[in-house]
Design a protein around this ligand. Structure first.
Ligand code: MG
Length: 157
């Protein structure tokens, strides 16, 4: 067994779609980033890479590389999971938290759960997406951006 954890933050930016877990969430702001800035998929990708000792997504997909401009984080996650599988592991479960003051994410949690399970070709019971606010404290509470945390357990195939 291997364990991994990931953390990511992106700031809000006007004029971009808000993507969380591969799901487009209706909101008047999106997240800034070199890629599509899907903060939840980035935290999950980092957790998977961490679990197999493969560094982080910045190492595999540098934000200085024009190839990853506006990159689809769903594709990056699938590339990361290929690395995991080539190393002989499969996902046991992933526990994920989006930390966000606004918008309210409750209506989209199930869709994110299904989206991530589809991307990793696993049963949706292996994925658990949660959302929390910070009770209006800190940069999340000031609605400056969104943070995400991920924990994964990998099993040998
Ligand atoms: Mg990121």
């Amino acid at each position: 067994m291997r364990i991994g954890q990931g953390f990511d933050v992106h700031r809000f930016q006007e004029g971009r779609p808000l993507l969380l877990g591969g799901v487009r969430v209706p909101y008047h702001l999106g997240l800034a980033g070199h890629s599509d800035a899907d903060v939840l998929l980035h935290a999950l990708s980092d957790a998977l890479l961490g679990a197999v000792g493969e560094g982080d997504i910045g190492r595999h997909f540098p934000d200085t590389d024009p190839a990853y401009k506006d990159a689809d984080s769903s594709k990056l996650l699938q590339e990361v999971y290929e690395i995991v599988q080539k190393k002989g592991f499969t996902l046991g479960n992933a526990d994920l938290t989006v930390i966000c003051q606004k918008p309210k994410l409750a209506p989209y949690i199930n869709e994110m759960n299904t989206s991530i399970a589809n991307l990793l070709n696993c049963d949706s019971s292996c994925i658990n997406v949660k959302a929390t606010t910070t009770e209006k404290l800190g940069f999340v509470g000031r609605e400056e951006g969104i943070a995400a945390q991920a924990a994964v357990l990998l099993l040998t195939k």
